[in-house]
Ligand binder design. Sequence first.
Ligand SMILES: [Ca+2]
Ligand SMILES: [Ca+2]
Ligand SMILES: [Ca+2]
Length: 182
Amino acid sequence: MGNSTLSKEDLQSIRQSTKYNKGEIKKIFKDFKTHDSDGNGTFDKKEFITYFKDKFPTYTQSDLVKLFHTMDKDNSGTISFKELSATLSIISTGSIYDKLDLLFDIFDVNKDNRLERSEIKDMYDLMAFSGSRFGLSFSEANEMGIKITNEMDVNGDGIIERSDWIRIGAENRAILILLGFQ
Ligand SMILES: [Ca+2]
Ligand SMILES: [Ca+2]
Ligand SMILES: [Ca+2]
């Protein structure tokens, strides 16, 4: 049995760990409840995907599953409201460094703290699709994504380290658009 009301304790701890005020948290909780179809107080994968489909329209189902696993900090296989609000707070009010850090986590699918070739390649479709929403052609967006990720692979070994991803990403803010964060 889940808990589908927002307790005072939860509200308090979310206020402390995010930049949201009480009203904002309540609003997000209402939206959470609406999408928690079975009312058990957590998002399963299906509920999660329905919730994020509109918020990340360029993300495929498989991209959203990556986001799901990144948000599921306690590995419970479900997303609690706390887990959701922590990540939403980074997406909406985080610094560019926080956002890049989160994006790195999302696309580091095997969680080995590096982005290797296959994980980088997996981003290119999303980049082309997201860029096209900002008036770039698919090939322009694709080229831009390849150019930035090549630059991030500082020693050219096909692997991007987290520190290079964040440092070079902060100088190339287009990366946030290309990965659907703006
Ligand atoms: Ca649920
Ligand atoms: Ca969880
Ligand atoms: Ca990896």
